[in-house]
Ligand binder design. Structure first.
Ligand code: SF4
Length: 95
């Protein structure tokens, strides 16, 4: 992200990050990520967690997360059951 934005890390941190202990989250504007403008405005430098989307560990831990994310993310095939999704994702993780 620092390289993509072309500004020093301390400036990126000050302008765009909320840091709590070891956790870094993007600041928000109007309830969404500060970088969201009709898509990700820092796509090439987006954080690792964003690169994982929608294959986030929370989907493997709790079926209700699968349902919630599935309802908000067009990238998730809603015709695949939770059990099938877990099997597919586990297969991908082994590669
Ligand atoms: S992909 Fe990540 S960094 Fe980009 S707008 Fe979405 S939450 Fe923000």
């Amino acid at each position: 992200m620092v390289a993509a934005l072309g500004i020093p890390e301390h400036e990126v941190a000050e302008k765009y990050w909320n840091i709590t202990g070891a956790t870094v989250q993007m600041k928000t504007v109007d309830g969404h990520c500060v970088f969201y403008r009709d898509g990700c405005s820092v796509y090439e430098g987006r954080p690792w967690r964003c690169r994982q989307w929608p294959l986030v560990p929370a989907l493997l831990d709790d079926e209700s997360n699968f349902i919630i994310i599935g309802n908000s993310c067009p990238g998730i095939n809603r015709h695949v059951s939770y059990q099938e999704f877990r099997k597919i994702l586990a297969g991908l993780k082994r590669r």
